[in-house]
Ligand binder design. Structure first.
Ligand SMILES: [Zn+2]
Length: 120
């Protein structure tokens, strides 16, 4: 299941971040994830997988918070950016040039909240 591996990736990212900051034994109360509109993540499945992945770890009963990120494309000819729509994905609606995706597939841990204090 896609969400199970995402949940494990979140746990690993957070554990590494805590280790880097010398906060290994801190309890984490919440984690904020930024998820792109095109990332195709089922949030309910992710929360479910996350609650399993964190059993008996410092992250047990930690809350997951979500923030979304708009999908945006950029024209490779005129450089104009516009919001993604399936209709215009391959062609710029202004000049008809080819477009590339600049955002919308994000899946990032953007902040953690510890029991005692916040860490970015
Ligand atoms: Zn264009």
């Amino acid at each position: 299941m896609h969400e199970a591996s995402l949940a494990r990736a979140v746990v690993n990212t957070v554990m590494d971040a805590l280790k880097d900051k010398g906060l290994k034994d801190q309890r984490v109360t919440s984690i904020t994830l930024r998820i792109g509109d095109l990332a195709q993540v089922d949030l309910e499945s992710l929360e479910f997988a996350f609650s399993f992945a964190t059993l008996e770890t410092e992250l047990e009963s930690c809350r997951l918070m979500f923030t979304s990120k708009d999908a945006v494309v950029r024209c490779m000819d005129c450089k104009r950016q516009s919001s993604y729509s399936t209709e215009y994905f391959y062609r710029c609606k202004v000049c008809g040039g080819p477009c590339e995706l600049v955002s919308g597939k994000e899946f990032d841990v953007i902040s953690l909240e510890l029991e005692s204090s916040g860490v970015q």
